[in-house]
Design a protein around this ligand. Structure first.
Ligand code: FES
Length: 352
């Protein structure tokens, strides 16, 4: 049904819009502006039942969006990470990823489709032409903008169509919950686990290459040896996590060359053990310059002086490498005399 088929008295009053200046073609202006075509009313403009049908469709879409968001949350909580399903034609995929993608997609699509349907069927569709004017905010223009804004708000029927308004607010309020739920993937929180390593009193130092416990005589001047705690095997589930905190580098210095008193006290016959984890952002340190006793982190070139408490002498690292206090046990093997006394790795963790 078009507006031409409707009796004049049934048509809604036409709003007063500027329809553009209609020019007249003449010799000076052969391409005059023909103006906008006459406005045609939609079925929803003239039939309240059709308008209510559209309203229910929009509300249904927003409601489906809400249900999909709830489905997203339920899927996230209930579907196991390792469950796979077959989906034609994709094949075997993670059931959790499929459910999250599907529900989030439906939730966002329904909000968009609801808004589009609302705009196309219930909001005013009168075309408006705004004549060009100088760019200045004269008081009367500001007043007109305010009036237009109020008219737009009125025509969107936000106040009148409470069902749409309430379901839209519900859908918009629920959709961010999907992102909030995903924050759970950042956990679990580390707690105090970063403050402690596997090192403890009596734990032997084991050569990482040979897997054999180390004696002081195995460490020669000028060499750099990497060590791990006795009992930690590569096959252990937590091997990588534990090594990221417990990895040691061991060097032998002439006791006379050790400038830091605490370092000397915590060493054994000139053998010193420091954390291998750079205090900048945690790269493993691997370069040793035996003449100067400097170690260099390959990531951002932080340089530490192992003869002076491993203090930083160059680069972005914020503090010295933690030292492990060592001694020998009754069989002559190097052993830890406790855990590190400060957190290893990036200085960030010391601020907690
Ligand atoms: S991680 Fe070592 S210098 Fe950046």
């Amino acid at each position: 049904m078009s507006s031409q088929d409707i009796p004049e008295e049934n048509l809604p009053a036409e709003q007063e819009y500027a329809h553009g200046a209609v020019g007249v073609a003449d010799e000076e202006n052969p391409f005059a502006d023909p103006g906008l075509p006459p406005h045609e009313h939609r079925i929803q403009d003239i039939d309240e039942r059709a308008a209510r049908r559209s309203e229910r469709v929009v509300a249904l879409l927003f409601t489906v969006s809400m249900l999909a968001t709830v489905g997203f949350i339920v899927s996230y909580v209930t579907i196991p990470h390792d469950k796979n399903i077959f989906v034609f034609p994709i094949g075997h995929i993670s059931a959790l990823n499929f459910a999250l993608g599907l529900t989030l997609g439906v939730a966002l699509f329904c909000i968009g489709a609801g808004a589009v349907h609302w705009a196309r069927t219930l909001m005013s569709d009168v075309e408006v032409a705004d004549e060009r004017h100088p760019i200045e905010a004269a008081p009367e223009i500001r007043a007109k903008v305010h009036a237009d804004f109020r008219q737009g708000a009125k025509e969107s029927a936000l106040g009148r169509r409470k069902l749409i308004r309430n379901t839209m607010f519900g859908a918009l309020a629920l959709v961010p919950l999907s992102g909030v739920m995903l924050l759970r993937d950042l956990g679990p929180l580390p707690g105090t686990s970063l403050r402690h390593t596997l090192w403890a009193k009596g734990k032997r130092l084991v050569n990482m290459n040979t897997n054999q416990p180390l004696r002081p005589e195995d460490i020669s001047v000028g060499s750099l040896t990497f060590a791990k705690p006795d009992g930690l095997e590569e096959t252990d589930e937590e091997f990588q996590n534990e090594m990221a905190k417990a990895a040691l580098m061991i060097v032998r210095l002439q006791p006379d060359n050790i400038k830091d008193k605490r370092e000397l006290d915590w060493s054994h016959e000139g053998v010193v053990a420091f954390s291998k984890i750079c205090t900048h952002v945690g790269c493993p340190i691997s370069l040793y310059e035996q003449q100067t006793h400097h170690v260099l982190c390959p990531c951002h070139q932080s340089t530490f002086d192992l003869s002076d408490g491993a203090r930083v002498i160059f680069g972005p690292a914020g503090h010295a490498l933690p030292q492990l206090r060592i001694g020998v046990d009754s069989e002559g093997y190097l052993q830890a005399l406790g855990d590190f006394e400060e957190p290893v790795g990036p200085a960030f963790w010391e601020r907690g």
